[in-house]
Design a protein around this ligand. Sequence first.
Ligand SMILES: NC(=O)c1ccc[n+]([C@@H]2O[C@H](COP(=O)([O-])OP(=O)(O)OC[C@H]3O[C@@H](n4cnc5c(N)ncnc54)[C@H](OP(=O)(O)O)[C@@H]3O)[C@@H](O)[C@H]2O)c1
Length: 265
Amino acid sequence: MILVTGATGGIGTVLCLELAARGEQLVLTARDPQRLEELADRVRAAGGGAVSLPCDLRDQQAVSEIAAQVLAKHGVPTAVVSLAGHSIRRNLTETFGRPHDLVRLAGTNLLGPATLLLALLEPMCAAGRGRVVVVTSASARIPTPGWAAYGASKAGLDSWLRALRPQAARRGVQITIVEMPLVATAMATPSYGSSPRGALTPQRAAARVLRALDSRSTLLSPPWARIGAVLSQAAPAPAAACAERAGHLLRRISARDVSASGGRG
Ligand SMILES: NC(=O)c1ccc[n+]([C@@H]2O[C@H](COP(=O)([O-])OP(=O)(O)OC[C@H]3O[C@@H](n4cnc5c(N)ncnc54)[C@H](OP(=O)(O)O)[C@@H]3O)[C@@H](O)[C@H]2O)c1
């Protein structure tokens, strides 16, 4: 059985249908129960098994409860795919007076996923097998103005997983981090429009996650993200300025594409 968080999202939906075509049994989670049920129906129609378990990852108690429910009803997962996430872009002055943004992103992108993984890693390690695939962001290790809270939450999860990974591997559990670049999903729309230039399609993004599930790699990341991470350490100020500029350019190009297409984006 494979547990997928963020199952109803742009990437998650495609991933779940691909896994269904392989005949996998899935436990699907996200907040919206209706969308989860609709997806579960599609997964079953595509040849897989599906159970939906709604949960808000910001609610630690609820996260612990669904972990216990999964173990009691479905046993130890063979794999966990942690896809759920939320992003907020705000410049410095827009963040003043908004510590709740940080709380929200830390809950969704770091504490919730970590709490769920902690509860499942223990039995997975005891069983001596399992795979964990966690989707962070290609900018998780490239601090970028405008994305402070999102970057902090993803970088926190990245660092936590990197530290756990060797000891989990010695107990038979393989952890893979997927640093995802821009993908044309609902998450990207508020900043870049619905079809941002150069973004991956949800299909290509889901293929990366599938590759992570099938491989023994510890990290799947675009080459530019690896270089950006090194530059961010070696020369933090110019690297952050470059990242900020690249973001501005991409938003300008995306806005131009939308107006050239008559707003159909
Ligand atoms: N799209 C991009 O450009 C991009 C780039 C880099 C990394 N990523 C990462 O890729 C992953 C998937 O993103 P996506 O593009 O598929 O996003 P998406 O379409 O916005 O989907 C997000 C998913 O997370 C769930 N979710 C959001 N808040 C939640 C919460 N508090 N508790 C439980 N579930 C929650 C959503 O369902 P509900 O709303 O029903 O809860 C949905 O299933 C995320 O971790 C994201 O950070 C995306």
